[in-house]
Design a protein. Structure first.
Length: 264
C-alpha cells in the first residue's frame, strides 16, 4: 500500500511538472522578441529600388506617403505583427530584413544609411483625405401639373472612415478619409414635405457591413418623379476604388423615406 501511495504521489508530481512546462511554453510563444524589435529601428528601403518603405521608431511603423496611418508593430515567434496582419520573417540582421507579404512574396529591405531618406518623413501627421467643398443642387420638377422643388446638399464632415489597402510591397496599410452627410429637402409650393440629413449608416442592411465600414456616402443624384414620389440615387463607394453600390432613395409625397438596392 505504501508503495502504491508513493507511486500515486510521484505521478501527481510529474503531471504538475508537465502542466507547468506546457504553461511556460505557451507564455514563451507569445513573448515579444525585443532584440529583433531593437534591430528594426531606423529607416528601411527596398533592396533593389532603394525606395523608402517605412521608418521604425519605438513600437510604431511610419510610412512615407501622406495618407497612410502609422501602425503599431511587434515581432513574435519569427512573425512581424503589423496593423492587424502577420507576416513571416524570413531573415533579419542588423542591416537586412526580409519577410513574406500578403501574397507570399519576399520583401527584401535594407537599413538606410542616407540622411536624405529621412526627408520622406518630414511631416507632422498623415493627411486626412477629404473634400472641403459643399456641393448644392436643386431643381423644380412637375408631376400631374403640380410643382415640386427638391434640394440636395453634400456636406463634408470630420467623421473618419478607415480603409485598408496594400502598398507596393504588399503590406497592408490604413488610409483615413472623411465621410459626407447629404441633406435632402422636398417642397410642394411653400409646404415642406421632407427634410433630413442622410448618413451612410442609414443604408445598413442594404449593403454588406464590411463594405459599409470602409465606404463613403459620395453622392445623391435626382433620377425621376412618379406617383410614389421623388427618386434619388445614392452612391456608396470605397475611396479610390471602383467598388460602389447604388441605392434608390425614394422620398414620398407623404414625407416617408424608403430605400432599395439598385446595382453594385
Amino acid at each position: 500500500m505504501k508503495g502504491m501511495f508513493f507511486m500515486m504521489i510521484s505521478c501527481s508530481v510529474i503531471l504538475v511538472a508537465c502542466f507547468s512546462c506546457v504553461g511556460g511554453t505557451s507564455s514563451t510563444l507569445n513573448t515579444e522578441n525585443l532584440e529583433a524589435k531593437a534591430m528594426l529601428q531606423g529607416i528601411w528601403v527596398e533592396d533593389n529600388t532603394e525606395e523608402v518603405v517605412f521608418r521604425v521608431d519605438g513600437d510604431t511603423v511610419y510610412y512615407p506617403d501622406d495618407s497612410s496611418q502609422p501602425s503599431y508593430f511587434r515581432i513574435v515567434n519569427d512573425s512581424l505583427e503589423l496593423g492587424g496582419y502577420r507576416y513571416a520573417v524570413v531573415q533579419q540582421t542588423e542591416h537586412t530584413f526580409c519577410f513574406l507579404n500578403q501574397a507570399g512574396d519576399d520583401v527584401k529591405l535594407r537599413k538606410s544609411t542616407s540622411s536624405a531618406d529621412s526627408l520622406a518623413f518630414c511631416r507632422h501627421q498623415p493627411e486626412m483625405i477629404s473634400s472641403s467643398v459643399v456641393v448644392k443642387r436643386d431643381s423644380v420638377v412637375l408631376y400631374n401639373g403640380e410643382r415640386y422643388h427638391w434640394y440636395v446638399a453634400i456636406n463634408p464632415t470630420k467623421y473618419q472612415v478607415t480603409k485598408t489597402s496594400y502598398n507596393s510591397e504588399g503590406v497592408g496599410v490604413e488610409n483615413v478619409y472623411y465621410d459626407n452627410i447629404i441633406h435632402i429637402s422636398l417642397y410642394h409650393g411653400a409646404k415642406r414635405l421632407f427634410s433630413r440629413d442622410m448618413k451612410k449608416q442609414m443604408y445598413e442592411g442594404k449593403v454588406p457591413n464590411e463594405f459599409l465600414s470602409q465606404a463613403i456616402l459620395g453622392g445623391m443624384a435626382y433620377d425621376y418623379i412618379d406617383a410614389k414620389g421623388v427618386h434619388f440615387n445614392a452612391t456608396l463607394c470605397v475611396p479610390e476604388e471602383a467598388s460602389c453600390y447604388m441605392i434608390e432613395t425614394l422620398v414620398g409625397f407623404d414625407g416617408q423615406l424608403s430605400m432599395n438596392l439598385l446595382e453594385y
